[in-house]
Ligand binder design. Structure first.
Ligand code: ZN
Ligand code: ZN
Ligand code: ZN
Length: 346
C-alpha cells in the first residue's frame, strides 16, 4: 500500500479477501468489506454471516439489518487520499463510496494485491500441484472410461465434470468439449453436436481444489486421425514444448509467447493462433502474469501460469495443449504431466 500511496485498502467479493483473511465474501446486496488502514484491519460483515468468519489478525465488525454498512466503511476508512478497492466490488457499493468520499482517489486493489499474489508460496504451489494432479488423473481416465463417438459434447462434458469432482475438486468451473469444426472456437460451449469418428476434440477443463485452480487442455482424436490433424497437432505440441523450454526465470513473459508463436508461424499457421500463450493462475483461473506480446515483465520464482498454444482452422478443426507451470530457480516445474500426444479415443 505504501509503494502505491494507498492509505486504505477495501476488499469485498473476489479472491483478494480470502487471500488475506481466509474468508470469502458472499456475492450479495448485503455488503462484506475488509477495511485496511495503516494501523487497523476490520472486516465489516453482515451479522448473519459473521459466525462463518474464522478469527484472524483483523477485527470483526458485524452490522445489523437496520444499519448502513457503507457508512460504517466510510467511518473506518477515515479520509484517505488514495483508496485501493477490490476490482470486482459491485458498482452498487462503489458508487455510494464515491459520493461519500469525494476527496478520495480510488485505485483498483489489484495494483496493490497482484504483486503479492503473483509470487506463490510453497503452500500455494502445493495446492496448485494437487489440483493439477487431480485433472491429470481425469485425463488418464478419459480414454478408458469416456465414449465420444455418437454422443453429444454436452454428455461428454458432464462426465468430465463428474470425474473432476470424483478426483477431489470441490468445484468444476469450466468444461470445454469442442468437437470437429467447433474446436476452431477456443472457448466453445459444449452443446448438442454429436461427435463422430474422425473428429478432433479439444477437452479443456478445470475447477478448484482447496481454493486453488486447475486448468488443462488436451486434444483427442475419435478413431484414427486424419493426416491434417496429425500435422497440426505435431506443430502445437512442438510449440508448447518450445514454450516450456523458454519459460526460465529471468525471461520476459512475452518471450515465452514468442517462442510458442515462432514454431506455429514457421509451419504456416501464424494467423490461426488467435490468443495469447498463457495466463497466470492461483486462487483465480486467470490472473497475472499474462504471457502475451507487450508484457516485458520477467519471470520470477513462484510465478504460476499456463502455456497453451493452439491452432484453429475455421470450419475444420482446432488443437490446443495446455499445462500449468511454475517458474523456479532449478527449472520449470510443470504441474500437468498427462500424455500430450494426440490420444485416440472411441
Ligand atoms: Zn481460455
Ligand atoms: Zn484451459
Ligand atoms: Zn488456461
Amino acid at each position: 500500500m505504501r509503494v502505491h500511496g494507498a492509505d486504505c485498502l477495501l476488499l469485498s467479493v473476489g479472491s483478494d479477501l480470502p487471500y488475506l483473511t481466509g474468508y470469502t465474501a458472499m456475492p450479495l446486496e448485503r455488503l462484506t468489506m475488509l477495511v485496511v488502514t495503516e494501523h487497523d484491519a476490520t472486516l465489516v460483515v453482515p451479522e448473519l454471516e459473521a459466525p462463518r468468519v474464522a478469527p484472524g489478525p483483523f477485527e470483526i465488525h458485524p452490522w445489523r439489518e437496520t444499519e448502513h454498512p457503507v457508512e460504517i466503511v466510510t467511518r473506518l476508512a477515515g479520509r484517505p487520499t488514495i483508496a485501493a478497492i477490490g476490482d470486482q466490488t459491485w458498482s452498487l457499493f462503489l458508487v455510494q463510496l464515491l459520493s461519500r468520499m469525494p476527496e478520495t482517489t480510488f485505485l483498483p486493489a489489484s495494483t496493490v494485491m497482484s504483486e503479492l499474489r503473483i509470487h506463490k508460496s510453497e503452500q500455494e504451489v502445493a495446492n496448485l500441484r494437487a489440483a493439477g494432479a487431480a485433472v491429470d488423473r481425469v485425463l488418464s481416465r478419459i480414454p478408458r472410461e469416456v465414449r465420444f463417438s455418437s454422443r453429444t459434447e454436452r454428455a461428454v462434458s458432464r462426465e468430465v465434470i463428474d470425474m473432476t469432482l470424483e478426483e477431489g475438486h470441490q468445484t468444476a468451473q469450466f468444461w470445454i468439449v469442442a468437437s470437429g469444426p467447433n474446436a476452431a472456437s477456443p472457448h466453445h460451449e459444449p452443446g448438442d453436436r454429436v461427435i463422430e469418428g474422425g473428429d478432433v476434440v479439444i477437452v479443456d477443463f478445470g475447477g478448484k481444489l482447496n481454493g486453488y485452480c486447475s486448468d488443462v487442455s488436451r486434444t483427442f482424436s475419435v478413431g484414427e486421425p486424419s493426416a491434417k490433424a496429425v500435422e497440426v497437432h505435431a506443430v502445437v505440441a512442438e510449440s508448447q514444448a518450445a514454450g516450456r523450454a523458454a519459460a526460465t526465470v529471468g525471461t520476459p513473459c512475452e518471450e515465452v509467447d514468442q517462442a510458442c508463436r515462432r514454431v506455429i508461424e514457421a509451419a504456416g499457421y501464424g494467423q490461426n493462433f488467435i490468443h495469447r500463450t498463457g495466463h497466470g493462475i492461483g486462487m483465480d483461473g486467470h490472473e497475472e502474469p499474462y504471457l502475451v506480446e507487450g508484457n516485458s515483465r520477467l519471470l520470477e520464482p513462484g510465478m504460476a501460469f499456463s502455456i497453451e498454444p493452439g491452432i484453429y482452422l475455421p470450419g475444420e478443426l482446432g488443437v490446443r495443449i495446455e499445462d500449468i507451470c511454475v517458474a523456479g530457480e532449478s527449472g520449470l516445474d510443470v504441474l500437468n504431466r498427462a500424455d500430450r500426444s494426440l490420444v485416440v479415443v472411441e
